[in-house]
Design a protein around this ligand. Structure first.
Ligand code: PLP
Length: 479
């Protein structure tokens, strides 16, 4: 493909993408294919000679689209949202064209410098304490990770490195493995599976602590766990608090946990993967109170802030704790300006990194803070609209509280099996798509407002579908 053809094909693809997104409502949200469908549609080997672009383009509809789950359909209500916007897509084209691998400042200065500044912008939008911001001139700052899972792992590995260092300072040289065998970390029984996984990868035991009636991890529970572990000679090093849990969008008590962590010199990381975007609205910001007690904080603009995957923003108070934990320094990666700006290769797991701050920058400038706030508010309003419909139907009950764009609900006085049948009927029907969840043995359905194109009438449509299928599920249960 030469430049002339690229201009033509690129424009055709932009048209295809715009048509796809603008007409996405017409497509079945969840595909009807069976596992292995795709292998039957394309050859078993790569072509010997290159093919025409026409042929490749035709296969988007023939091969790919039949197997796509349309996350940006207004009928998609599963998981949590994943963001999608035109300015982010346009920025990604530019990022792909520049194609730099911004592991150090010198490897592409703009890639590092834009990230530093835009993370300060976003940190200020969230009203993060100055100590997390690079512009404060201290040790704090932000970095874009690929995912919230990586952010949690980076925080845990950094906490582990800090504690190994401290232990050796007090006790002299002891083998790292021996020291690590004493370490213990905590999260709630509602934390995302990636937190448990971080424990597995870092070889640190991760205790899942019970939550209160609101699915919130409280200080006293952590206090008891720490006391018990210390009495057994273990060393608590890390707590991952969640703001906006995956099962039901519950909020840990960050103030209580943080106060305790400060007193015990334990690293508190906050995972606000979904809910974090809402903290740009003053009315939701109180939920983040206590962040000043955390060592690190993370959320995913790629979930709810119009920045396409991947863009997971993490802030730390003391970036030295990251760079010291991950510092390996071969000659070929050194440069003359080391220390003047961050070398982000020390802040995360991989070496290579894309120019992801471009899409965040384009999005923040295109929409401005006001439109992004209104976007969040619109989704929360739609969730409350759905909640109202559930409440008005006395066959159903709401599970937990509707705080943001997620509504958890179930058939009242019905078994888990009946609720599961309802969810299965909804997904088999295919007009809308949802996933279930379970808290303390109670199975329920999750209705998340996901796509940016979702309107009031889409929410009413979803409720009509659910009511219609409820009739038939309840009729079948009576038989
Ligand atoms: N943490 C929470 C609270 C989540 O809800 C999710 C995903 O939904 C994650 C972490 C994982 O996010 P990621 O895919 O960015 O690792």
């Amino acid at each position: 493909m030469d430049a002339e053809e690229f201009r033509r094909r690129g424009k055709e693809m932009i048209d295809y993408v715009a048509d796809y997104l603008e007409n996405i409502r017409e497509r079945r949200v969840f595909p009807e294919v069976e596992p292995g469908y795709l292998r039957k549609l394309i050859p078993g080997e790569a072509p010997e000679e290159g093919e025409s672009f026409e042929n490749i383009f035709k296969d988007i509809e023939r091969v790919i689209m039949p197997g796509v789950t349309h996350w940006h359909s207004p009928h998609f209500h599963a998981y949590f949202p994943t963001a999608n916007s035109y300015p982010a897509i346009v920025a990604d084209i530019l990022s792909d064209a520049i194609g730099c691998i911004g592991f150090t400042w010198a490897s592409s200065p703009a890639c590092t410098e834009l990230e530093v500044v835009v993370l300060d912008w976003l940190g200020k939008m969230l009203d993060l304490p100055e100590s997390f911001l690079a512009c404060s001139g201290g040790t704090g700052g932000g970095v874009i990770q690929g995912t919230a899972s990586e952010a949690t792992l980076v925080a845990l590995l950094s906490a582990r490195a800090r504690e190994i260092f401290r232990y050796k300072q007090t006790n002299g040289h002891v083998d790292d493995g021996v020291i690590m065998s004493k370490f213990v970390a905590y999260c709630s029984d509602q934390a995302h599976s990636s937190v448990e996984r971080a424990g597995l990868i870092a070889s640190i035991r991760m205790r899942k602590l019970p939550t209160d009636a609101d699915c919130s991890l409280r200080g006293q529970t952590l206090r008891d766990a720490i006391n018990k572990d210390r009495a057994q000679g273990l060393i608590p090093i890390f707590v991952c608090a969640t703001l906006g849990t995956t099962p039901s969008c519950a909020f840990d008590n960050v103030k209580e946990l943080g106060t305790l962590c400060q007193g015990e010199s334990i690293w508190m990381h906050i995972d606000a993967a979904y809910a974090g975007s809402a903290f740009i609205c003053p009315e939701f910001r109180p939920l983040l109170d206590g962040v000043e007690l955390a060592e690190s904080f993370n959320f995913n603009p790629h979930k709810w802030l119009k920045v396409n995957f991947d863009c997971s923003t993490m802030w730390v108070k003391d970036s030295n704790l990251l760079t010291e934990a991950f510092n390996v320094d071969p000659l070929y990666l050194k440069h003359d300006n080391q220390g003047a700006m961050p070398d982000y290769r020390h802040w995360h797991i991989p070496l290579g990194r894309r120019f992801r701050s471009l899409k965040l920058w384009f999005v923040l400038r295109t929409y401005g803070q006001k439109e992004l706030q209104n976007y969040i508010r619109k989704d929360v309003t739609l969730a409350h609209q759905f909640e109202g419909m559930v409440v008005a139907d006395d066959r159903f009950e709401i599970v937990g509280k509707v705080v943001m764009g997620l509504v958890c609900f179930r058939l009242k006085n019905a078994s888990n099996a009946t609720n599961e049948r309802l969810l299965k009927a909804i997904n088999a029907d295919g007009r809308i798509h949802m996933v279930p969840s379970e808290v303390r043995g109670v199975y329920f359905l999750r209705f998340a407002v996901c796509a940016s194109r979702t309107t009031e009438s889409d929410v009413s449509f979803a409720w009509d579908v659910i009511r219609e299928l409820t009739e038939s599920v309840l009729k079948d249960s009576d038989k």
